[in-house]
Design a protein around this ligand. Structure first.
Ligand code: APR
Length: 234
């Protein structure tokens, strides 16, 4: 495969899903070892569950934070971060792109590292394995992970930002998503209609066939070959 020269493109956009972090050791959602194979989302990842058993849901998310902090970005994350001006639109909540040094990361499904208070409408950054507080310091309500659970609406401002970035890219690279969760599953189509050259990197077939180039390999080995190797950071 001939490497792509990033300087030949006006705007490169990486659209990533759980498979992007798989080689870092973060489990994917579906498929073998997937989070939704082991845990019932109705018990841990929806507003109803949170209202029934908030502490149980928060402890589950702490478990996820712990396991993510034990993982580290891989060469694929670092290659993306090394491309000047590259935009990342991710379904991932693990913050791995930011840890690798990516500047512009649009998080469609929120972040494991933020909590929000429904009552006060405040959002708190909260890094670390354990939450600093499970309750809002102003009103005492339970804090909720600032992520999109099953049944939640996506943040419209974030969606709009992602759609604009995708519509204006000329190289679109989808990595490690099963393409089953909408509206993100429609992004390859959007990019293709906008005239971008579209690449998919995924060892398994996904839902979309709207790609100019499909690479049935893993993210960690393919990205350095596609764009050249980089100096390692984290
Ligand atoms: N490199 C590239 N792709 C990989 C790798 C790898 N090393 N390993 C696995 N994959 C691919 C799988 O083949 C699969 O197609 O990653 C994909 C992971 O799919 P999902 O687990 O469905 O993850 P994702 O598409 O990100 O899920 C979307 O679903 O539950 C929600 O909110 C959650 O953001 C998530 C959304």
């Amino acid at each position: 495969m001939k490497p792509f020269d990033p300087s030949a493109y006006r705007r490169i956009l990486f659209f990533t899903g759980a498979g992007m972090s798989a080689e870092s050791g973060v489990p994917t959602y579906r498929g073998k070892g997937g989070i939704w194979k082991e845990y019932d989302f109705e018990e841990f990842a929806c507003q109803c569950a949170f209202e029934r058993t908030p502490e149980k849901v928060l402890r589950f998310h702490e478990l996820r934070r712990r396991s993510v902090l034990d993982c580290h970005p891989h060469d694929g994350h670092r290659v993306i971060a090394s491309i000047p001006g590259a935009v990342v639109v991710t379904q991932n909540i693990d913050g791995m792109h930011q840890r690798a040094g990516s500047g512009e990361v649009i998080e469609l499904h929120g972040s494991l590292w933020r909590l929000r208070c429904k009552q006060c409408r405040t959002i708190t950054e909260d890094m670390g394995k354990e939450y600093q507080s499970l309750r809002c310091t102003s009103c005492g309500n339970w804090l909720r992970p600032d992520i999109t659970w099953f049944g939640d609406m996506l943040d419209e401002t974030v969606m709009q930002k992602a759609a604009e970035a995708i519509s204006s890219c000329d190289l679109f690279i989808s990595i490690g998503t099963s393409g089953t969760v909408w509206p993100a599953a429609g992004f390859p189509d959007l990019a293709r209609k906008a005239g971008a050259f579209c690449i998919e990197i995924n060892p398994e077939p996904s839902g979309s066939t709207r790609y100019n180039l499909v690479i049935r390999e893993s993210a960690g080995s393919t990205l350095p070959r596609l764009f050249g190797t980089i100096d390692t950071a984290e």
